[in-house]
Design a protein around this ligand. Sequence first.
Ligand SMILES: Cc1ncc(COP(=O)(O)O)c(C=O)c1O
Length: 379
Amino acid sequence: MIPYNKIYKSQKEEKYILDSLDRRQISGDGYYTKLVEAFLTKRFNLNKVFMTTSATHALEMAMLLIDLKRGDEVIMPSFTFSSTANAVLLRGAKPVFAEIDIETLNLNPQSLYNCVTEKTKAIIPVHYAGIGCEMGEIMDFANKYDLFVIEDAAQAVNAKFEGKYLGGIGHLGCYSFHGTKNFTSGEGGALVVNTQDECLIERADCIRQKGTDRSKFLRGEVPSYSWVDIGSSYSPSDLTMAMLYGQLQDIDYITMQRKRVHELYSSLLQKYVDKEIMNITKIPANCESNYHIFYILFNDSQTRDYVMEKLQQKGISAYTHFEPLHSALMGQGLGYNAGELPVTMKVSQCILRLPIYTELTEIEMLFIAESLEDILGGL
Ligand SMILES: Cc1ncc(COP(=O)(O)O)c(C=O)c1O
């Protein structure tokens, strides 16, 4: 059986987790949380990083920080995870679903013009598969209409757009370190604050600490801490940050291994692209990927479903991806219907993700390619 994903593991995670236990301080903002925040800040050249319990929670924090409220609207692609829209709904505001680009599966900047109204407060571009959205156009649009940009970079840790790390371009950025991601602590995330606004940074700190100024207290700036803002429990255990610190030590190795998988799949499958049987993940010239997902786009859903079933029969786990949010039960409840956003619908029906992880061997990839050959030959 070839799984879809297998987490990377070295000896370092165990070593740091045991060390964290020995330090007898495993709640939030301990030794390893600080190390991870410092690592991400330096490596990705970021302004301020707050580690969180998930990207879902980083997105929720972001919506609190921009004071999103009932009557506001936030533009996002429909081709994303439920968390992107839930963060908006939790504040009583409305997610407005934009179309994606068939070449990258990312938010199509042209679609923003159809979605913007006087109620629009923010845009959430989602960097699908670790490939950056057209951030230049999106930032220009946001500046023109005075909107916040919150990057959903859940899948895009260690990926770049025009030389800048994703998550560090919009006003705020959100990362995920979930078990399915390239670098993981099981559950985990981060909120990146890219503006120099000290008030916003201080507010993010309080929101993350259950609405208290506990961080000021820990720094010895106030004699006790108290309830100063709305907030929740968004800071992760230091044990999980110890695990993540171990993973981040090997960030280049993990990325290199995933790149190897991406490149071998690309070369093995190019002949089907030439025959117009499928399209595969493309990395635009102005992007550097973290190789989070390798996908095939078939021409129709019947072929996709058939190939997926046959691969599974051969012991290869290949998966579809997001059900578009506008056509899901919740989206329909918000008044959207499946007939809208044809590119999004088509992608959702035709996409198939192939196994990708550091330990995937060349023999396994050749077996996957041979299996595809067998299956496609039988069509
Ligand atoms: C685009 C996107 N946003 C948000 C999330 C939520 O991440 P987390 O599981 O860390 O909450 C995911 C998770 O896969 C995602 O793909």
